[in-house]
Design a binder for this molecule. Structure first.
Ligand SMILES: [Zn+2]
Length: 383
């Protein structure tokens, strides 16, 4: 194998990789500056606070700026799969190219050859999966085109470096990539109406924001089924209430809906309601009764108002416990969904089941927190 010729050009812009992070990604960039001299100056300027491990000039000259063991500052605000500290787990390679701002042009053969040699050398020393050899814009949504459309990923993949993502089997995509692919499939024919069921599941915060913008810009109608209050509040013009086997427009916002649920629950005696939700409501007092911390001794012989206070305190504690339980269930479901193995197995039914379950847990948690708060307010009013 060819060992690349390297010119050391140390940059002060680096720190230690954060503990527990493995070097398992390779991020390719273009410099977006007119010349390699300019790029080197910037990547070594302490005030710029940016760097990369390597820079490859258009003639193939290869510079090492930061030692591979150190954390170079090339990825900025970025994320991939569940990783947000890309700098700690990647090597950054800058390709000299003026970029879209100063005259984007082909990456010359000499540069691509040097890159191929460097990458082959890196891959012989570090275990980097093909799908984790990426462009800066793949991991940083703010970088729209970097290294851009002229970069030949297919050629690189043909040289055994990285994956041509177009050829990736769908089952090997991450949950977020699958969600984006489905969205692309749903919108590619420019439909007049979109029906979206929990579209923010699997999406990180930036993708959620992008979805909000896209939905607000969408000229057609959108029917949205969601437990995500932020999405509903920023996108929906009209809420519809589905219950009792009927669908009707709901004249109010999510706050009104919460108040409606609370007032209904407060207005009925426990155990009186039918159906699934009543089962949950009836569960609470049943669970509370034998609780060991019930201050029963203090209550005996006291006035009825004290007894009511005791009941309220027990109710608050029951909600508190339920909130804690649901919080644990939520973490468990989230961890299960974040497990990459789940997507390797391509078990759509299980992914869907977990997603649905997580949605239900979140919804119940929101309701339970409201009830907890309401019970606490009543308790404060009662004592
Ligand atoms: Zn970049």
């Amino acid at each position: 194998m060819n060992t690349p010729q390297i010119i050391d050009h140390p940059s002060p812009n680096f720190d230690e990789r954060h503990a527990g992070k493995n070097l398992d990604m390779l991020i390719l960039h273009y410099t977006g500056m007119r010349t390699a001299e300019e790029s080197l100056a910037r990547l070594c300027d302490p005030r710029a606070k940016v760097s990369a491990h390597y820079l490859i000039d258009e003639d193939g000259t290869l510079y090492r700026l930061v030692d591979e063991t150190k954390r170079a500052w090339h990825a900025g605000v970025s994320h991939w799969a569940n990783e947000t500290d890309i700098n700690s787990c990647s090597l950054g390679i800058e390709l000299q190219n003026p970029g879209h701002e100063f005259g984007y042009r082909d990456f010359p053969d000499a540069q691509v050859r040097a890159l191929t040699t460097l990458c082959t050398d890196i891959l012989s020393r570090h275990a980097v999966l093909a799908e984790r050899i990426l462009g800066h814009s793949d991991v940083a949504p703010s970088r729209k085109e970097d290294p851009g459309e002229l970069f030949d990923w297919r050629g690189l993949a043909a040289a055994g470096i990285g994956a041509d993502i177009v050829g990736n089997p769908v089952e090997r995509l991450s949950g977020g990539q699958k969600a984006r692919l489905l969205m692309a499939l749903a919108t590619i024919d420019a439909p007049h109406i979109l029906i979206l069921d929990e579209p923010t599941n699997h999406l990180d915060i930036e993708s959620r924001e992008a979805l909000v913008h896209a939905l607000n810009d969408f000229p057609g109608a959108v029917i949205l089924i969601s437990h995500d209050p932020h999405l509903v509040e920023t996108v929906a013009d009209q809420l519809w209430l589905v219950r009792g086997g009927r669908v009707a427009p709901f004249d109010g916002d999510l706050g009104d809906y919460r108040r409606l649920l609370l007032s209904e629950r407060g207005g009925k005696t426990k155990g009186q309601k039918g159906g699934k939700k009543a089962g949950k409501a009836a569960e609470l007092p049943a669970k509370t009764a034998p609780a060991p911390e019930q201050p029963s001794a203090r209550e005996t012989g006291r006035k009825p108002s004290d007894k009511a206070g005791g009941q309220l305190r027990a109710e608050v504690r029951a909600h508190e416990r339920r909130v804690a339980e649901l919080g644990a269930e939520r973490s468990e479901a989230e961890a299960a969904l974040a497990d990459p193995a789940l997507y390797d197995q391509n078990d759509a039914a299980r992914i869907e089941h977990l997603t649905r379950k997580l949605g239900q847990i979140k919804a119940e948690l929101a309701r339970e927190e409201e009830s907890w708060l309401a019970a606490q307010e009543r308790l404060e009013g009662a004592v």
